[in-house]
Design a protein around this ligand. Structure first.
Ligand SMILES: [Zn+2]
Length: 229
């Protein structure tokens, strides 16, 4: 018996979505879960509900989401593993599947670089990584394009801002990003990536900063979206 088989007997690999034991052929997500993930079918539809939700708020080329995020659903379990259980590989896998699906749709072939929404430094310190980086990295590899994580940074709040009330700071969301290295995306069609779309205010804030870059075209994709937003 190989050592890996022995380790597998003691610590069996389990599916990150349903906690059932994986077979030798399965990785991260079991076949049953992979088949049952709640896909949106928005990818090939130009005028989909995500595009309609963001329309008029920021100028963009295309916008989409791959899955529905439902309470106690498979995507919620996977996102939990990615965000709170150190499973960066879950993000890579989901991103790879997302990228592969986009690659098969002609209009997504215009995308030149992939850019993840930066995580707040405090959360980055706790989590050790940005979950959107994992998704974007998986997508970039599948789509055979470059990922550019260092274009944006979270703006630092000055003292007067931190003294403000929570609600006031939150309403100030449009000022939370700054450009760090615009040259990486100058004149390019950028795909901005986030994990879950809820209100869209973070994406809107990122987009406003990005669109200041000369000749930049913007598209937006989130791995999942709430069923109603
Ligand atoms: Zn499963």
């Amino acid at each position: 018996m190989w050592l890996s088989d022995l380790i597998g007997l003691i610590y069996p690999e389990i599916c990150c979505a349903c906690n059932q034991r994986l077979t030798k052929q399965e990785e991260i997500i079991c076949l049953h879960c992979a088949y049952s993930l709640p896909k949106t079918d928005f990818l090939s539809i130009y005028d989909n509900p995500i595009a309609k939700h963001l329309a008029g708020r920021v100028p963009f080329e295309y916008a989409t989401s791959m899955y529905y995020f439902t309470k106690k659903g498979l995507i919620q379990n996977l996102m939990y593993q990615l965000k709170y259980n150190g499973r960066y590989d879950v993000g890579l896998k989901l991103g790879a599947d997302f990228g592969q699906a986009l690659k098969e749709i002609p209009f997504w072939k215009d995308i030149e670089v992939i850019l993840p929404v930066p995580l707040h430094p405090k959360k980055l310190k706790i989590r050790g990584y940005n979950q959107s980086d994992a998704i974007a990295e998986g997508m970039a590899k599948a789509m055979e394009i470059e990922m550019v994580p260092d274009v944006l940074k979270r703006a630092k709040f000055n003292k007067s801002q931190t003294k403000k009330g929570k609600l006031e700071r939150w309403s100030n969301v449009e000022n939370i990003f700054d450009l760090k290295d615009a040259a990486l995306v100058c004149g390019k069609h950028v795909l901005l990536i986030d994990d879950v779309l809820t209100t869209g205010s973070t994406l809107e804030a990122c987009s406003e900063v990005l669109l200041k870059v000369e000749g930049l075209k913007l598209s937006i994709a989130t791995l999942a979206c709430a069923e109603s937003f």
